[in-house]
Design a protein around this ligand. Structure first.
Ligand code: PGA
Length: 250
């Protein structure tokens, strides 16, 4: 299905008031006339700043995580209703760095996606295999297990989520999946979604992992790749704008 692609930047724990100012101003100026949806997922501390800087532009705001709880005694957490107050439209959930360094399980990630949806935020749910899992021929089993947990908890709302296929071995390594490798996994994720919803074609399945200005067009040309989740290259305005320009319109 032809739908406008989504290019989301994941700043991770990078930025400063000064650097964000220059980056967002350059993005807003450079993306006028962009054919795709573009978003930046920024550290929670900078939501207010970026909300202000991007105001009046088509650039969307995203967060990098969201609590599964709505409010209460959860020190350090940020809730979906709080994110909404800053105009947040997307929240990454289940990024491999959170799964790895914060022990986030498939079940927790699914709960976070559910809470985000319930408060009008589109979760960008990350799935992906490690290098050891790929080499052991377990890619399909791993991503299907991760996806099944999300489908199980989110039921008929599943067509409202975004998925990001991010092979862990490709993140921040400069070792991108080939367009064919990525398409293969995207196609099986689409099939899994199609078994759960008649609207699987509507779901954006993004690719993430060393996407850059040079390789974006090849990846984004694949049938089941509906956009990108971009880490390192989203911190450089020229590179991120180049990726946005490579994306497909509706
Ligand atoms: P990368 O990160 O583009 O720097 O590989 C992608 C991600 O982790 O979302």
């Amino acid at each position: 299905m032809n739908k406008q692609q989504l290019i989301a930047g994941n700043w991770k724990m990078n930025g400063s008031l000064e650097a964000n100012d220059a980056l967002v101003r350059a993005l807003v100026a450079g993306m006028a006339g962009a054919q795709c949806t573009a978003a930046v997922c920024v550290p929670a501390a900078y939501l207010a700043q970026v909300q202000m800087l991007k105001s009046g532009s088509a650039l969307e705001l995203g967060a990098q995580d969201v609590s599964q709880h709505v409010q209460g005694a959860y020190t350090g957490e940020v809730s979906a209703p709080m994110l909404r107050e800053f105009g947040v439209r997307y929240a990454i959930v289940g990024h491999s760095e959170r799964r790895q360094y914060h022990g986030e399980t498939d079940a927790l990630v699914a709960e976070k996606a559910k809470t985000a949806l319930a408060h009008g935020i589109t979760p960008i749910v990350c799935v992906g295999e490690t290098l050891a899992e790929r080499e052991a021929g377990r890619t399909e089993e791993v991503v299907k297990r991760q996806m099944a947990a999300i489908i199980h908890v989110n039921g008929h709302c599943i067509s409202e989520i975004c998925v990001a296929y991010e092979p862990v071995w490709a993140i921040g390594t400069g070792r991108t999946a080939t367009p064919e490798q990525a398409q293969q996994v995207h196609a099986l994720l689409r099939k899994q979604l199609a078994a759960a919803t008649p609207h699987a074609e509507r779901v954006h399945i993004l690719y993430g992992g060393s996407m850059n200005a040079a390789n974006a067009a090849g990846l984004l040309a694949q049938r089941d790749i509906d956009g990108g989740l971009v880490g390192g290259a989203s911190l450089k305005a020229a590179d991120f704008l180049q990726i946005i320009a490579s994306a497909r319109a509706a």
